[in-house]
Design a protein around this ligand. Structure first.
Ligand code: HEC
Length: 223
């Protein structure tokens, strides 16, 4: 009985954290749609409303789906965790296995030197690609388009690897390389599978993020 209450309390705690993190994102998404509509639509107001409503509807459905999915995931995860006697750690952070550089992996981009222009061009393309996510978002939905660099905190002024609150809070990683951070955003906010480690998508997005980091820090960059 009390064990059940305990489980419930932890689940609620997890859900409310999830919502605390989802809410500002919804505001961003809705705000972005409004901005786009304002900028792109010079004709009627009729064109404006549907975009905003549809986006809000999508956003709120998305929030509910996330809550359900989270509840199921938590129940399953907890059952397993308890069987293995690991229930404690599980409420704190998810496993970093999927987002941490695997053994024997060699990155194909550089965090210290310039990156090939073709990687940057491809990386920028993917940054706007909503097909990378399962929830209709692209990286730019949250981080803004060219040069806006939204949603990054002061930690982003440091070259990679460095500490990022989301990676540390949700995955227990004390610091991350650019490719690991791309994977964190793929798995968490983009709700997708991690990208293939040595594939061109991860390598070009990571190279692009290294240059965005340099721009954010006010350093020389290749964007
Ligand atoms: C739903 C919103 C959302 C989406 C979509 C998203 N991110 Fe993020 N991203 C965040 C948040 C929130 C943070 C956390 C900031 C922190 O904790 O410091 C973050 C942090 C980052 C950082 C770390 C900044 C640092 O300090 O090093 C990088 C890099 C990044 N995102 C890249 C991406 C890429 C690449 C994509 C697309 C594959 C993406 N993000 C998609 C919300 C998002």
């Amino acid at each position: 009985m009390s064990q059940h209450d305990d489980k419930r309390r932890r689940l609620l705690g997890r859900l409310s954290r999830q919502f605390a993190y989802t809410a500002p994102v919804l505001a961003l998404v809705a705000g972005g749609a409004a901005l786009q509509a304002t900028a792109g639509n010079t004709s009627t107001e009729a064109g404006f409303a549907p975009v905003t409503e549809a986006t809000l509807l999508l956003a709120s459905n998305h929030g509910e789906a996330e809550a359900e999915g989270e509840a199921e995931g938590e129940a399953e995860g907890e059952a397993e965790g308890e069987a293995e006697g690991e229930a404690e750690g599980e409420a704190e952070a998810q496993s970093s296995d999927a987002v941490q550089r695997p053994d024997g992996y060699t990155p194909g981009y550089s965090e210290t030197d310039a990156n090939p222009q073709e990687l940057l061009v491809r990386g920028e393309e993917l940054y706007y690609d909503t097909s990378l996510s399962t929830n209709g978002l692209s990286c730019a939905s949250c981080h803004g388009s060219d040069g806006q660099d939204m949603g990054y905190k002061a930690t982003f002024e440091q070259p990679f690897p460095h500490r990022v609150a989301m990676a540390s809070d949700q995955f227990g990683m004390p610091e991350v390389h650019a490719d690991e951070m791309v994977q964190v955003c793929m798995v968490a906010p983009m709700e997708a599978e991690p990208l293939e480690w040595e594939g061109e998508a991860l390598q070009s997005l990571s190279a692009y993020m290294v240059e965005v980091q340099r721009r954010f820090a006010g350093e020389t960059h290749d964007l």
